[in-house]
Write a protein that binds this ligand. Structure first.
Ligand code: CMC
Length: 391
């Protein structure tokens, strides 16, 4: 069996070779398929980035049109899925609903399970790209007590998502370009981040040749945790808490540094970025612009800026190379767009979908072996069995 070294949290263990995302945590560089995140966030739209991540190249006009049309042709979600949604209480967290419904889609699309040829993979991919935004919107509408709405195939991918989320009954839906562009950019910034917790989950579940939807459902569950995608909800709840407590950021800085206090500064720190998170830089600027453009004044933005300034000057944070991460400012934008707090991590999942798909596809095309880490056993040695009445 050879030598086994344990590496808790896989801090220094590579799980695969990948050609999708390049990340240099020391220099704060992030690239999808060789294109800088700054360029993509500014010049591409989310569907182009999805294509790029999944298939490796920026699409030509024809390729993009075909991808878009193929997705639109699959955007119907079986009416019976609504019955499953109906079974959840309104108080259910939308991440749990999303993970469950993604899993439920397997039952309605059995041909998408055992895929191995590129064509079968493509069909499963366009199906989930089409149906996932519907589930996202439904999860929100359920929470808000709104009737379920279907998309409009005349709209762009992101425009359609917003319409499905926000269209009110008996009211015409008016599209706001500032909102569309802001969401498009946020989704691009979240679209992939190499072997993070949820992506590694998708790859390891998929490595047993469980289907794409099952792998994605597991990825959604992994993303939910507050140390990962759940941080965006946790950041806003933290900022609101600080505001209600009088806005004393110094008090919370002290708590974050106190090793006997479980409180952490949510939205700070990253496993790989030890300089700055390039996504956070773009998002901070976008938050200022979006709030300005929409005329939203959010006192929480000031608290966030105050905390960031203090943390960047604080020896504890400097020594540990803790910088604001992607989740620190994203929630402030989501709030300005009118998205409820419990939906923030769902929006992250929506953005990460193409990354998960790309990583799953790469793993399958490379014929990677089943993921199966080893361990070092530290339990009891062999002992004699004790009968129940003697225990
Ligand atoms: N507040 C206070 N102290 C912190 C924080 C924080 N947010 N993050 C790390 N530290 C300290 C930690 O206590 C440890 O100190 P010491 O060396 O004295 O024991 C040191 O910094 C290293 O932290 P770690 O927990 O060993 O680092 P990690 O790589 O295992 O964890 C992390 C990375 C992102 C889970 C962690 O920084 C964290 O919990 N941050 C808050 C949650 C958060 O914002 N998560 C979103 C991450 S980015 C997007 C995503 O992945 O979805």
């Amino acid at each position: 069996s050879g030598m086994i070294t344990i590496d808790p949290g896989y801090k220094n263990t590579g799980s695969c070779e990948s050609g999708i995302t390049f990340l240099d945590g020391e220099k704060g560089i992030l690239r999808y398929r060789g294109y800088s995140i700054e360029d993509l966030a500014e010049k591409a739209d989310f569907l182009e980035v999805a294509y790029l991540l999944i298939f490796g190249e920026l699409p030509s006009k024809e390729q993009l049109e075909k991808f878009d049309n193929d997705i639109k042709s699959k955007s119907h979600v079986d009416e019976d899925v609504k019955k499953i949604l109906d079974g959840f209480p309104k108080t259910a967290h939308p991440m749990g609903v999303l993970s469950s419904l993604t899993s439920a889609l397997i039952a309605f699309n059995p041909t998408s399970v055992n895929v191995s040829s590129e064509e079968e993979m493509y069909n499963a991919i366009v199906k989930i790209m089409a149906k996932f935004p519907v589930l996202v919107a439904w999860a929100m509408r359920k929470k808000e007590g709104l009737p379920l709405d279907y998309g409009d195939n005349n709209l762009g991918y992101v425009e359609n998502i917003l319409k499905m989320m926000f269209k009110k009954p008996n009211q015409e839906y008016v599209q706001n370009d500032i909102v569309v562009n802001a969401l498009d950019q946020l989704l691009i910034l979240h679209a992939d981040h190499e072997q993070n917790c949820s992506t590694s989950t998708v790859r390891i579940v998929g490595s047993s040749h469980a289907g794409l939807f099952a792998s994605l459902s597991a990825g959604i569950s992994a993303l939910w945790g507050p140390l990962h995608g759940g941080a965006n909800q946790a950041v806003i709840e933290m900022l609101e808490g600080i505001k209600e407590d009088g806005g004393d950021t110094k008090k919370y800085m002290a708590k974050a540094k106190d090793k006997n206090d479980p409180f952490r500064l949510m939205g700070f720190g990253h496993r790989v970025y030890k300089n700055f998170d390039p996504r956070a830089k773009i998002i901070k600027k976008a938050a200022d612009e979006v709030l300005g453009d929409l005329g939203v004044v959010d006192p929480i933005l000031d608290i966030a800026k105050g905390l960031e300034k203090e943390a960047l000057e604080d020896q504890y944070f400097v020594d540990r190379k803790l910088y604001p991460n992607v989740d620190f400012y994203s929630g402030i934008i989501y709030r300005a767009l009118g998205i409820p707090t419990e939906m923030f991590t769902v929006m992250f999942a929506l953005g990460r979908l193409p990354g998960w798909i790309a990583q799953w596809r790469e793993m399958r095309l490379r014929n990677e072996p089943i993921g199966r880490p080893r361990q070092i056993y530290v339990g009891e040695n062999l002992r004699p069995f004790k009968d129940l009445n003697k225990r």
